[in-house]
Ligand binder design. Structure first.
Ligand SMILES: [Zn+2]
Length: 137
């Protein structure tokens, strides 16, 4: 517990969500909440002892749910840059696809073709093409 400006701060290992940190009553009443950069802060009030404050719940990035990808006609199947390197979708291990680059002049020790690092493997060839198109813009 930390006392600051007359407020009592309880760390997560000293308290539990839904349990009054002052009297231990189970069943706090929650009010409005505010989303901050790394937490959701929710007003609470204890019906037993009358204490109140904010509960801090940290938000942790846990992935994406993509619910919509715009309709899309590939602009090009193969792209070429100023150095005449070629960019295209190729299958990888198993039934996966990804944007690859075929280097015009591979450096020593560099494969002639290498996967584009920032692009993920995907099981959907059209999605891989979509990702390559977005990359190539
Ligand atoms: Zn209480």
């Amino acid at each position: 517990m930390k006392i600051e400006n007359g407020n009592f701060d309880y760390a997560a290992d000293e308290s539990r969500s839904g349990v009054c940190p002052i009297c231990g009553h189970v069943g706090l009443e929650y009010g409005g909440s505010e989303t901050r950069d790394e937490s959701i802060d929710t007003d609470w009030k204890c019906p037993a002892c009358g204490s109140s404050g904010e509960e801090i719940d940290k938000t942790v990035f846990d992935g994406y749910i993509v619910q919509n990808v715009p309709d899309h006609t590939p602009k090009k199947r193969i792209y070429e840059d100023a150095e005449r390197n070629l960019y295209f979708v190729r299958s990888g291990i198993g039934k996966t696809y990804k944007g690859f680059c075929r280097w015009k002049k591979p450096k020593n020790g560099q494969h002639r073709e290498s996967g584009i690092r920032s692009l993920p493997y995907t099981e959907d060839r059209d999605l891989a093409q979509y990702q390559l198109d977005a990359y190539a813009v």
